[in-house]
Design a protein around this ligand. Structure first.
Ligand code: G3P
Length: 220
């Protein structure tokens, strides 16, 4: 399973990249706003995407703001022209699906986002999306089962041989990552804290403390 980091924070992206396990980045308008990046200040946002592309080797999802097809095409073309690592992200709406189809036919990578059902994931795959993003945490928030959706999409895509990769999004904690692994997700896009949480085990900490104490007994 590939690991993407779900943030527009350059320090966190660098920290995950330095760990050596990062495969890509996802951003969205909320994550950009959190970093104070103005989407309308063209140069501002383009510079930020380029900085992200310089830090990581993999795909970087950049989301359009337009909600109509023509606007999505215009914005998507500008984003795609920025850097070969840019994957253009569209919401799973009627216009968004049309835009995914348009860009996939041109060989431009796409991410179909805000997916909450197998039916939406089917349309994303049929439109040729590179990635489909089911939102795990937001389904859990409304007492639904986000991981069950990831598993259902993985099963359906496998059964029919769709090439679209299942990118589990809205991952909130470390256990979600383990559950995505078990569900067969192709990618999990996670906050840095959830990735670092995978390292935590009290037996690792106490074991290391014992090794160092024993070493000191003999070596001073
Ligand atoms: O990957 C999508 C993500 O950024 C949404 O996460 O926690 O706002 O549901 P959250």
């Amino acid at each position: 399973m590939k690991f993407f980091i779900d943030t527009a924070n350059l320090e966190q992206i660098r920290e995950a990249q330095d760990l050596g396990v990062l495969d890509g980045v996802t951003t969205n308008p909320s994550l950009m706003a959190k970093e104070g990046i103005k989407i309308k200040g063209e140069d501002n946002i383009k510079k930020h995407y380029l900085e992200i592309c310089e830090i990581v080797d993999g795909d970087v999802s950049a989301e359009v703001i337009a909600t109509d097809f023509d606007g999505m095409v215009c914005e998507g073309e500008e984003l795609a022209a920025l850097h070969p690592q840019i994957t253009v992200k569209f919401p799973c709406t009627k216009e968004g699906i049309k835009a995914v189809k348009y860009f996939s036919e041109k060989g431009i990578k796409t991410n179909c986002t805000l997916v909450f059902s197998v039916g939406q994931a089917l349309l994303a795959a049929k439109a040729g999306a590179t990635y489909v993003s089911p939102f795990v945490g937001r389904l859990d928030d409304i007492a639904s089962d986000g991981i069950a959706l990831v598993k259902a999409i993985v099963d359906v895509y496998g059964y029919y041989g769709y090439a679209t990769q299942v990118l589990a999004a809205s991952i909130r904690h470390t256990q979600h990552i383990i559950q995505c692994l078990e569900a067969g997700a192709d990618v999990a896009t996670c906050p840095l804290s959830a990735i670092l949480g995978l390292l935590k085990h009290p037996l690792t900490d106490s074991g290391l403390a014992t090794f160092l104490a024993d070493y000191k007994k003999v070596n001073g």
